[in-house]
Design a protein around this ligand. Structure first.
Ligand SMILES: [Ca+2]
Length: 176
């Protein structure tokens, strides 16, 4: 093996590591001098423990990731349902009520909230910023007059399956 400055590369590395430890020891001694009451040996063993602690943290994070991820998947579906419910009961409901205030009746379709129907003189929209789409990317289903809300309108999201009339629907006539 070729020697540099009389040392093999391994010896150079070893002396570098020892010097590093030497510096840590010196700092520990300085701390002791400042009144922290730690012996250099104590600090060195503390340095040794840090690696084990890092490994433990990595292992714990791995375990936590395995535990948390499936739960987040479930939560995101809950969050979508919550957004759909808010759209139906707040956002779209407010736009539809504004339309009803201006025009005297609810619109025939949700598209009338964005573009004036030809027969409406009192239309002051658009009442929505963009075409309403539920959190699963499907259009909201709107019926006026409603079958379930006979004095108003039916509004629903078809839910995750994209099919109307199944258990995952989010509607304006059912309490979750
Ligand atoms: Ca459905």
């Amino acid at each position: 093996m070729k020697k540099k400055n009389g040392f093999t590369p391994f010896e150079t590395m070893l002396s570098f590591l020892l010097n590093k430890n030497g510096k840590i020891s010196k700092r520990a001694v300085d701390k002791t001098g400042a009144g922290h009451g730690r012996s250099p040996e104590g600090d060195l063993s503390l340095t040794g423990f840090t690696l084990i602690e890092i490994m433990l943290v990595v292992i714990i994070l791995g375990v936590l990731a395995a535990m948390v991820v499936p739960r987040l998947v479930g939560r995101s579906e809950e969050a979508r349902k919550s957004v759909a419910k808010t759209d139906i009961e707040s956002g779209l409901a407010l736009s539809l009520d504004l339309y009803e205030t201006d025009s005297g009746a609810y619109p025939e379709s949700l598209g009338d909230l964005l573009k004036s129907p030809s027969n409406s003189e009192n239309w002051k929209g658009p009442y929505l910023k963009k075409k309403p789409v539920d959190p699963w990317g499907h259009a909201y289903v709107y019926k006026y007059p409603g079958t379930h809300n006979t004095d108003g309108y039916d509004l629903l999201s078809m839910g995750k399956d994209g099919v109307e009339g199944t258990a995952d629907d989010v509607t304006n006539w059912q309490e979750d």
